[in-house]
Design a protein around this ligand. Structure first.
Ligand SMILES: Cc1cc2nc3c(=O)[nH]c(=O)nc-3n(C[C@H](O)[C@H](O)[C@H](O)COP(=O)(O)OP(=O)(O)OC[C@H]3O[C@@H](n4cnc5c(N)ncnc54)[C@H](O)[C@@H]3O)c2cc1C
Length: 316
């Protein structure tokens, strides 16, 4: 059986890992334009000095069980993924795990951008994250906590000026964690009078990946194209769920199990009641983001990086 994955980020890598655990003989192809996988959830850990920024990039040349095609998907067609070289890549199952589009100037969501932000934060007295987008890129909350944990003397603010109502509740669930770490959450704009050397970071907007725009997604992540699935940030947005890493991991795991069971027994097993049957969507979203908002911040979770690098990525 051949499975084609587009996108070697969090959801693509975790999907491959779970699939190969259940179907060790599956042929897996990964289309990814970069030479490396970026473990973006580890960025707060790098801020805290638990890992080096460069170690968050894991070379795809080390993959043994997956064939890496260094290219990008330019169109999703019923017959497979069209890549920029013009070739159509097909498989029994096709999984798009292409993340989302980030629109804005300030960058803390790529390893390179985050390392640059770290340098800027190091020389500032006050760091302000300014949220003025309907759907801001998530993860800056963890960076804010990380900055405050590393440099206790710095003042760190999160200014939520504008945000879609769907997301406002997410910030409310952060209140306790921000309080605990000393990050100030406010709806006021930054004051005109500065409090020393200030770094203002405008949190970019998160938008659907262009390839995902024309796709429909069922609750089982299947698109209108046969045996073609969309998981990760763009899929979560289409399903009305917060585009976060734990969600991407949950989708990857659920889909890998469904595909593996279908390949083995002809019937896809899927724990659908976990969410599509939940009558109260707000309650489900709270449950869904519990790990991100109420758990231990990623800044203190070096074990997660070790697990990702040494068990998950290394097994591929
Ligand atoms: C600093 C920071 C802290 C975070 N903290 C948390 C947290 O505490 N909890 C949490 O749950 N989440 C957190 N997140 C969010 C989490 O990292 C993302 O939600 C997650 O990485 C999304 O996974 P993904 O697979 O959808 O996309 P990505 O990980 O972005 O991967 C997408 C991949 O697709 C590739 N790609 C793009 N276009 C194409 C194409 N056309 N063809 C082929 N490949 C393509 C890209 O190169 C990339 O490798 C954080 C993020 C950041 C930046």
């Amino acid at each position: 059986m051949r499975v084609v994955i587009a996108g070697g980020g969090i959801s693509g890598v975790y999907f491959a890992y779970k699939l190969l655990q259940e179907l060790p003989d599956a042929e897996v192809l990964l289309i990814e334009p970069k030479d490396y996988h970026e473990f973006t959830m580890g960025i707060p850990m790098a801020f805290a000095g638990l890992v080096e920024f460069k170690d968050l990039k894991m070379p795809l040349s080390s993959l043994r069980r997956i064939r890496h095609i260094k290219d990008q998907v330019v169109a999703v067609e019923p017959g497979g993924f069209r890549i920029s070289s013009g070739e159509l890549i097909n498989g029994d199952y096709k999984v798009l795990a292409i993340g989302s589009l980030r629109v804005g100037h300030d960058d803390f969501y790529t390893v390179e951008g985050a390392e640059n932000t770290y340098r800027l934060a190091a020389s500032a007295d006050v760091v302000r994250f300014i949220v003025d987008e309907a759907y801001p890129v998530m993860g800056f909350q963890e960076v804010a906590i990380a900055v405050k944990s590393v440099w206790k003397e710095k003042k760190v603010y999160v200014h939520v000026l504008y945000i879609h109502d769907d997301y406002r509740w997410l910030f409310n669930t952060y209140k306790d964690t921000f309080d605990k770490y000393g990050v100030a959450l406010t709806e006021d704009p930054p004051p005109i009078k500065t409090e020393g050397r200030e770094l203002h970071l405008f949190v970019p907007e998160l938008a659907q990946h262009p390839l995902a725009r024309g796709l429909r997604v069922t609750p089982l992540f299947e698109t209108q194209h046969p045996r073609t699935y969309l998981i990760g940030e763009s899929s979560l947005m289409k399903l009305g769920l917060p585009p976060i890493g734990w969600g991407a991991i949950w989708q990857a795991s659920a889909l890998a199990h469904a595909i593996a069971t279908e390949a083995k027994t002809g019937v896809a097993e899927y724990a659908v009641e976990e969410w599509s049957a939940v009558s109260d969507p707000d309650k489900f979203r709270q449950f869904f983001t519990y790990r991100m908002t109420r758990g231990v911040p990623l800044v203190s979770l070096k074990g997660l990086y070790d697990l990702w690098r040494n068990s998950i990525f290394a097994s591929l």
